[in-house]
Design a protein around this ligand. Structure first.
Ligand code: RTP
Ligand code: MG
Length: 155
């Protein structure tokens, strides 16, 4: 068992409903101890959104999600921090912005989201999806994962 800190990477997106607040959200990200390794603005096509969210292709909200995510530019960021995936998911809060306002009033979705779809931000939900999503937008991470017992097994 390693005693080292496991600096993990995750993918964050500032969605079309919140890009006007991108600077404020980036401030929160940095004040919360994340490093922004890579960042780009991009306007996704409906086809690219469908591919990115393919795990939801059978859901009733899929067409509307694709229309929303391709409606305007987004900001995508590769973030690094110890336990970045769960740390970022905790900071963004419940998927439904109304629930986030009740349950986690300090969360990003509570502050900047509108409803269950227009919820301001995205976060990878596992190491596997983080790898896939970082590759989707950036080709590859600019840093090699720090080897720990777990990481050595995964990579
Ligand atoms: P995300 O992937 O964007 O970080 O969000 P999440 O894990 O919290 O939620 P997920 O279940 O993966 O849903 C992906 C995105 O689809 C939209 N959504 N709309 N009932 C609805 O209208 C509905 N449910 C989900 C949201 O934009 C959600 O973030
Ligand atoms: Mg998700």
């Amino acid at each position: 068992m390693s005693n080292g800190i496991y600096v993990q990477r995750t993918l964050a997106i500032i969605k079309p409903d919140a890009v006007q607040k991108a600077e404020e959200i980036e401030d929160i990200i940095l004040r919360s101890g994340f490093t922004i390794l890579q960042k780009r603005w991009i306007h996704l096509s409906p086809e690219q959104c469908s591919e990115f969210y393919s795990e939801h292709s059978s859901k009733i909200f899929f067409p509307s999600l694709v229309a929303f995510m391709s409606s305007d530019p987004i900001v995508v960021m590769e973030l690094a921090k110890e336990n970045a995936i769960s740390s970022w998911r905790n900071l963004i809060g419940n998927t439904n912005s109304h629930k986030a306002r009740n349950l986690e009033p300090e969360s990003i979705r509570a502050k900047y989201g509108r409803d269950e779809q227009r919820n301001a931000v995205h976060g990878s939900d596992s190491e596997m999806s983080a790898e896939r999503e970082i590759r989707f937008f950036f080709g590859r991470s600019i840093v090699e994962p720090i080897p720990t017992d777990q990481a050595a097994k995964d990579y």
